[in-house]
Design a protein around this ligand. Sequence first.
Ligand code: ATP
Ligand code: BTN
Length: 322
Amino acid sequence: MKEHAIKLSILNTLCDGHFHSGEGLGEQLGISRAAVSKHVKGIQSWGVDVFSVQGKGYKLAEPMQLLNQELLQSLVTAPLELIPVIDSTNQHLLDRINVLESGSVCLAEYQSKGRGRRGREWVSPFGCNLYLSMYWRLEAGMAGAMGLSLVVGVAIVEALEKLGIAGIKLKWPNDLYHHDKKLAGILVEMSGQAGSAAHLVIGMGMNLAMPSNTQGITQPWACLSDVAEQTVDRNQLAATLINTLQDALTDYEMTGMQGFVERWNRVDNYLGREIRLIMGNREVVGVSRGINEQGAVLIETSNGLETYIGGEISLRGMQSHF
Ligand code: ATP
Ligand code: BTN
């Protein structure tokens, strides 16, 4: 069996949320009970809450809906690869850019080296969130990359709205928030520029039902399961995100930021609120006035309306302490 295949097979059985005996799992897979126990430890190291009760066996704290490559591929036109256990979906696409078609997607259930902006870690436990990357060849070149990363945020909020999930907001430049807590993050990475086109990998991590005891996150975070009224179907959500993203990127290629400024400002988490922009040792304080057509953030300070753009800027609400 391939690496991780036994663990994935055990998870496939456990995902119904019922008890399964170590003996039964072992028989199913042709391995000993001791080997099952070892694999369960491995599964726990992926951040899955599995517990065992003597005489009953193993059980997940919550049932889990796994992603299904065939089903997903039937719902989207983009070429799609589901790799359950991976280092980083962004890295996977970056390593294969030469052979990929623009629009290709990679999804995972667990990332051992999920990353955020500026090399920060993206905490990526198994099966409870979404980790999704798309390769996009941007004909407009690097000049269009800043706008594109904002368009991705707008597309994700709109995809959630299509599924009846309202109240998700954007924090410039690349985060999705719910009630001032981080629900999802976007990371756009570039793999050089051949001719005039830019080769970009757009990565998105969204929390769906992450265990509340998850360690390693250094700021307040939210989960979609706390927002949505009904349980979210992970496959349907992933497919809707991919299709909406592809449409928005195609629109952006044709019309630029026109139209997206208003769409962004409608769901800007900080519009009209006091914010701080942190740029190294420098800090600018003022009232957030949304974005402009270049994708810059607008802030009204005591010196008037100022615009800021660039990857090294962090925006914070006045109440936040991180
Ligand atoms: P900025 O880049 O503007 O400073 P930021 O603080 O959100 O914004 P990012 O680099 O965008 O920083 O994201 C990394 C942050 O996200 C880190 O604080 C990290 O602890 C946190 N983080 C990591 N994994 C998750 C997750 N699954 N859900 C929510 N937040 C996470
Ligand atoms: C951030 O908020 O800093 C961006 C987080 C981006 C996380 C996603 S998960 C899928 C893709 N693969 C990665 O390693 N990172 C992105």
